[in-house]
Design a protein around this ligand. Structure first.
Ligand code: C2E
Ligand code: MG
Ligand code: MG
Ligand code: MG
Length: 282
């Protein structure tokens, strides 16, 4: 039986493989073009204090404004951008754009004085020898205080090359830039890196936050991470908060900050400005 179907199956398989390879290649070419044509945009998702519901910051999240397909989210292109190294110029753009925008908001709104900007940093960027100089240049150009900038790194990024990462992160932190671990709890985290890297906070991954008020076993992880952050004396942000119940439970646990659709989806800069004017979200 295997023999009878063998041929047609394998040619269908080849066809699918070829189609996929072609798609990847096409997207890769389009990504390169998108960089040249400046088709990337930064969206902003608010982060709030759970105690007061006040806006404390925004996370900058990249979007690809494709001429034919419209706004495309990062799940569709970040992995490819990472593989090809194109994440370096894309990330550079996001950093510069987000810091420039935040500096403009600081200048325009009194209520934005303590609002920070969080930017995701990929492993490629961390390995780039010009990273520190680029960040210095952006800070100098925008006059944004370094303490208003938070860089988000995943556990895997840190573990890839711990010695080099440690050195670069120390330089950034010495400048006053804050460092947060993104998607905390999902990586192959050996907790030992937490004391090797001087960090300023943890972001609890949405998959754990989702279980709050639902799956008790998994939900037990959330208080543990909050407690860990407290014991380390670092900040803690819950990601992907969608319900009032979750926010309430997290507030009772003394989780400092939250981010999620309950407050707002990531929005373009004009809508983000409106959120600054509103001050209290949720
Ligand atoms: P992340 O850094 O963990 O960002 C949070 C993601 O969770 C965002 O997805 C955000 O829209 C989503 N999110 C926040 N709250 C909720 C919620 O309540 N419900 C649901 N369902 N989702 C929520 P987004 O914008 O699609 O970004 C996905 C990932 O792409 C980011 O995860 C980050 O890893 C990566 N990414 C985005 N922008 C950049 C960038 O500029 N540079 C790099 N290196 N990576 C980026
Ligand atoms: Mg992030
Ligand atoms: Mg995250
Ligand atoms: Mg993520």
């Amino acid at each position: 039986r295997a023999k009878r179907h063998g041929k047609s199956q394998s040619s269908t398989f080849d066809k699918t493989m070829r189609q996929e390879a072609l798609n990847t290649l096409r997207t890769q070419m389009q990504l390169r073009e998108a960089i040249v044509r400046q088709q990337f945009e930064v969206y902003y998702q608010p982060i709030v204090s759970l105690a007061s519901s006040k806006l404390t910051g925004f996370e900058a999240l990249v979007r690809w404004n494709h001429p034919k397909r419209g706004i495309i989210g990062p799940i569709e292109f970040i992995a490819l951008a990472e593989e090809t190294g194109l994440i370096v110029p894309i990330g550079q753009f996001v950093l510069k754009q987000a810091c420039t925008q935040m500096a403009a908001w600081h200048a325009k709104y009194d209520e934005a004085k303590d609002v920070s900007i969080s930017v995701n940093l990929s492993g490629h960027q961390l390995n780039s020898p010009t990273l520190v100089a680029e960040i210095e240049a952006v800070l100098a150009e925008t006059a944004l205080p370094p303490s208003a900038v938070k860089l988000e790194l995943t556990e895997s990024t840190l573990i890839d090359d711990p010695t080099s990462a440690q050195r670069i992160l120390k330089r950034l932190r010495d400048r006053g830039i804050q460092l947060y671990i993104d998607d905390f709890g999902t990586g192959y985290s050996s907790l030992s890196y937490l004391h090797r890297f001087a960090i300023d906070g943890l972001k609890i991954d949405k998959s754990f936050v989702d279980m709050v008020g639902r799956d008790d076993r998994k939900a037990a992880i959330v208080p543990s991470i909050v407690g860990l952050a407290h014991n380390l004396g670092v900040g803690v942000v819950a990601e992907g908060v969608e319900t009032r119940d979750q926010a309430q439970t997290l507030a009772l646990l003394d989780c400092a900050e939250a981010q999620g659709y309950l407050y707002s989806r990531p929005v373009p800069q004009d809508q983000a400005a409106k959120l600054i004017e509103r001050k209290i979200l949720g």
